[in-house]
Design a protein around this ligand. Sequence first.
Ligand code: PMV
Length: 321
Amino acid sequence: MKKIISSAPGKAILFGEHAVVYGYPAIAIALSIRSKCIIEENTERNIQIFLENYNQRIKAPDFYRLEKKIPSKFNQLVTGLKLLQQKYDLNYSSLSFCFNTQLFPSSGLGSSASIAVAFIYGLNEYFGLGLSKDEINNLAYEMERIIHGTPSGIDNTICTFGNLIYYKGGEFQFIEVDTELPLLIIYSNIEHDTKEAINRIRRFKNTEPERANSYLKSIGKITNKAKNHLQQGNLDEIGDLMNKNQANLSSLHVSNQTISEITNFCLENGAKGSKLTGAGLGGCVISLGDLKILKNISQQLEANGFKSFLANIDKQGVRIE
Ligand code: PMV
């Protein structure tokens, strides 16, 4: 029986979150931590969706009833199936779709985009549709819109193509990085709140425009410098810029005590740089450093109740396993 396993990397914003909302650049990295989609036939002659991370299994006799039954937070998946069905007249009966991710969900690591990309890629392979990566990316963006409204498209693009992206004003540019970029991704144990974090900065800009704008502008400059240092593989300078970026995010009130405690702990224990990634107010912290040092930090954080994982640049993007 036919079985396809596809996977796509996660993402982290290395530089420029929030400032990107106001036209400054941002840099995102594909993480070597993946989400997986397994597509295979089942003998029950129904459609099955199994979400391993949520331990949730949804079975329906046909696509119409699947749509009715699926919890709204997983609507994205039905959209993906629908988009392809409309275009190619596919038949999903007797198919099982299993999803799992190693990424912390709802933490700014692009888990939904990474699942969407892996899903479309898996369907493309299973049905032999011959879609290009650009087409996969566009379809995954449509799936992302179901969850995020009008997302920037950073997440699905980085999950599809891998590597690093410099993003400004709707334009993407890949950054060539030859060195390793050892990162530790630490979950703050607090779900991130993108909407609230964005609103917080908007309010700050309304009440104290000069101060808020100076922090945002400073982040823009940091991101541009970081782009050059990434191309040259200067890890010390990249770490230093991460710390400066974090200081500005903190001044913009999107950091919090837990995030500061984690970044300080990482720096005190030898990391080169440490900052929140994504919206802030929770979510994840990323720290850059020598692998051995990061491993040690990870163990100590684990003992203090913080889960983390080591990651590097994923250069491949979505793939069949
Ligand atoms: O944590 P995330 O992945 O939701 O990142 C949000 C990044 C922002 O810059 C705050 C918003 C955006 O759309 O770029």
